[in-house]
Design a protein around this ligand. Structure first.
Ligand code: SAH
Length: 394
């Protein structure tokens, strides 16, 4: 079993079952999440015998780095492969005194937002807690930031759940990952340094605040149901009045702790002065800040990005109404391309290899492989549907 991803309670139980005292679990946790140990061998405070027994049946496996790229502006991106060779991306975005690691919550995504490249990808499954935490560990490894710096000068100081996938379609695993990331004797990230971005899975928003206590970001992207439903199909299930009501009721929301509203600027779709004024009206009284995002184009995308002048004019209208509305400057453009693209390129090559392997299999083996493939996809879709309240397989 991979120990990365077990909660503190799970790890304590596991060691108790091995006949060890609770303080051993504490030591092991310290090695894994404070020191960043990658082998049991190096855990010198544990007895040789315990290290050997652990190594016999357990691993400390991180996702494998299939590709790593660093931008001229310091942004670093990893394409990560999990034990089943499915892939997702993580990105580190450095700033002067801190840095956020953007992690994925699913392989692919079931949402199909029309401007998002991830929505075009076929393979979808939920990531396990260890696969989510593992992305952060890989970033730490990559910067050699072990042991966990205890002052506030960490380069990897923040986590944003804004990578591939919809975190609120995978709440249990994401919540477990958050409990590991925030454990004070390990990675010790404050909940205020973790932001979860959702497309607006309304029934899960309260739970997100209650159970995880993280900052909330919402992909708003439109001020009217007509536009939002066109670009984000989830809006048909949870229209704006429901979404806004859930945001106003978000546990812990206050002027000191505002909700981030992401707004991707699409030329001629949602970027007019009338749209900006409608937004001002929509968010009245909600403690929030905007994040205006220049559209990141990808081959075949059905939209163009708004011009910088249009974006500035839009931002000015929000600012004049007293709203905070910075424009998110594109980072790492030389390596990033659009969200999800790194994985797509690699997936194309991989799919060719996969097809060749399938072709070489016996008919039974091929049928079994294809069935396993279909099951993983159906499982992720069914979980999404369960949250959405639709019948599985519908
Ligand atoms: N499913 C979650 C998190 C993943 S997307 C959510 O919807 O919030 C992270 C952010 O990137 C979202 O705001 C998403 O709308 C935005 N995004 C997706 N594709 C983009 C693109 N091509 N250009 C700019 N922003 C994009």
């Amino acid at each position: 079993m991979n120990l990365i991803g077990l909660t503190r309670a799970d790890l304590t139980t596991l060691l108790a079952e091995m006949g060890e005292k609770p303080y051993r679990a504490k030591q092991l946790w310290h090695w894994i999440y404070f020191r960043g140990a990658r082998t049991f061998e190096e855990m010198s405070t544990l007895s040789r015998d315990l290290r050997r027994r652990l190594a016999e049946i357990h691993t400390l496996e991180r996702p494998r780095v299939a590709r790593e790229q660093t931008s001229t502006d310091g942004t670093r991106k990893w394409l990560l492969a999990f034990s089943d060779n499915r892939e997702a991306e993580a990105v580190h975005i450095p700033e002067d005194d801190r840095g956020a690691v953007c992690v994925s919550s699913q392989v692919g995504c079931t949402l199909t937002c029309r401007f998002c490249h991830t929505g075009t990808q076929m393979l979808v499954r939920n990531l396990e807690p260890g696969e989510i935490v593992g992305q952060f560990l890989v970033a730490r490894d990559s910067y050699g930031e072990w042991p966990t710096p205890t002052d506030e000068t960490r380069r990897l100081s923040n986590v944003v759940l804004m990578g591939m996938g919809e975190p609120l379609f995978n709440v249990d695993n994401v919540a477990r990952a958050v409990s590991i990331l925030t454990d004070g004797e390990g990675l010790a990230l404050s909940r205020r340094r973790i932001t979860l971005s959702t497309a607006g899975v309304v029934p899960m928003i309260e739970r997100c605040g209650h159970e995880m206590g993280v900052n909330l970001a919402v992909s708003l992207h439109a001020a009217t149901d007509a536009v939002r439903s066109e670009i984000m199909p989830i809006n048909r299930k949870y229209p704006l009045d429901q979404l806004m009501a859930a945001l106003r009721a978000y546990p812990g929301v206050s002027n000191a702790r505002r909700i981030t509203l992401e707004y991707v600027m699409l030329k001629g779709i949602n970027d007019s002065p009338a749209d900006a004024r409608a937004l001002v009206h929509l968010v009245r009284g909600l403690p929030c800040k905007f994040n205006l995002i220049p559209f990141n184009p990808w081959p075949g995308a059905p939209y163009d990005g708004s011009s910088m002048r249009t974006i500035e004019r839009f931002a000015d209208i929000l600012a004049d109404a007293g709203l905070t509305a910075p424009v998110r400057m594109p980072r790492g453009r030389d390596i990033l391309a659009a969200c999800g693209q790194l994985r797509s390129d690699s997936q194309r090559e991989r799919l060719q290899g996969y097809r060749a392997r399938l072709a070489a299999m016996s008919p039974e083996a091929r049928a079994a492989e294809e069935a396993a493939h279909a099951r993983a996809r159906t499982r992720a879709s069914d979980e999404a549907r369960a949250v959405l309240g639709a019948a599985p397989g519908a």
